[in-house]
Design a protein around this ligand. Sequence first.
Ligand code: DQQ
Length: 559
Amino acid sequence: MSGLAGPMIYEGLYHLFYQYNPKGAVWASDIVWAHSTSKDLINWIPREPVLYPSQHYDINGCWSGSATILPGGKPAVLYTGINAENQQVQNIAFPKNLSDPYLEEWVKSPLNPVIDPNGSNMTDASSFDSPTIDYYTNDHQDKNIAFPMNNLPEPNLIEMVQSTSDPDMIDASNFRDPSTGWLGPDGRWRVIIGSKRGKRGIAILYWSKDFIHWVKAKQPLHSAEDTGMWECPDFFPVSTIAPVGLNTSVDGPNVKHVLKVSLFDNSKEYYTTGTYDYAKDVYVPNKGSIDDIFGLRFDYGKFYASKTFFDSAKNRRVLWGWINESSSADDDIKKGWSGIQAAPRAIWLDKSGKHLVQWPITELETLRTGHVDMPSKLLDGGSTVEVLGLTASQADVEMSFKVTNLEKAEKFDPSWTNAEDLCARKVATVKGEIGPFGIMALASKGLEEYTAIFFRIFKANNNKYVVLMCSDQSRSSLDDSTDKANYGVFLDEKLSLRTLIDHSIVESFGGEGKGCITARVYPTMAIGDGAHLHVFNNAAEAVRISSFSGWSMNKAQIN
Ligand code: DQQ
């Protein structure tokens, strides 16, 4: 299982499509769209794959894409096909039978590819300004190019051959992952497609009146220097006044927009919050939102190719993220599977309006069983306390901490700009003044193996405090062939932590969902009943656990 595609809800049923290689536990370019359905986003029923290489425009692979619910409720899927010439083109598919509640069969349009990098950008987008735009029906010979028929002279094909030096020339090997479409007040559909030019990452914008015929807009929705290829771009509105989700086409005074991109170059994802100008069709990140590769992230751990969708049943935006393996391809082949999706999360704009907040969807709590509460407790420096009564290999824990003597905090060095580097240096065994304190998940009996999620507090020179949250995989496994990278994020003062532990996955939500970190670990001893859970404080100063609740988690039904 690789990145997910086209998450959506249709007639009350959730659909998840995902990149799947039916031939083995490693990625392959002739990958298909596998399909599962669910009533609650937790328990799933696998269906037959819906898209697999079959036409010249996707014969070498059906890569990622997105679902859009068109007016009238009809779903459409736009996806990247690897065509017979190994170019990346965009295709559209529709459910074969809308009365099948499971949408088990999808058909590809005979007009595919509807977006051809070397075709549609030959069409002059200025024609879109004219309200009388219309289209050829599909008896037009060269279906790849939708010429707006508004008395423009039939372009002379010779003139239209793009010169390679054309600044608009799209690199057909870096042109993929169409986003969910959104409909502007002008009746024009928009969609973005990830691309790059040199080192500049680009979200190329396309327009359409009928979601079938697309023309390239005059300028990209957004781009950023030195970020490399933008995969799986996601663009959506968020409410500035309520922690709810908004449908993708919503705009208005109490709306900001979010642009997320997955960077091929470093396998990390970044987002900014900003302003979308429908008239100019450009997105401008807010100043507080950083627009470079050290920007804001949905998740500061192993979390990629993410996609959100608007869950109209619950007025929330749901974020799905793919968690790849941290083991070797050989191990993946041996175990016979690889790749999982993180627990679905509701995502909304923080009150500050500067960053997003995420929280596991409440349906996840239906798996909770075996509740354990720990009364408020002072945790002396250097102490470790085992949490009993939970299945430590499959658990959900929520806790908060209280620090009294903040003045003892170590000085924060302003050169520490990268939380991940700081966590790689200051692992759980490095004693601090205030912190590291937190949990040891998937810990073996003798603590030979554990994954530590913890906080450290530093004093910055403006008398403010800096909270560092780390997910420390350095001692997660005695198997040295696995990637044990450490992850980190800076938080503000709210010292709360929720961690979902599921055998080889540890998903942590710090600061009530402001900082999220997902890790993959492969313990060799802390497995099943061999796994233990501890709270710990490896600092000079004591810290109070002001609240701690834990649950064993039942398995979801994936049948
Ligand atoms: N995986 C897909 C691409 C996408 C990448 C191919 C993201 O469409 O860019 O399987 O990991």
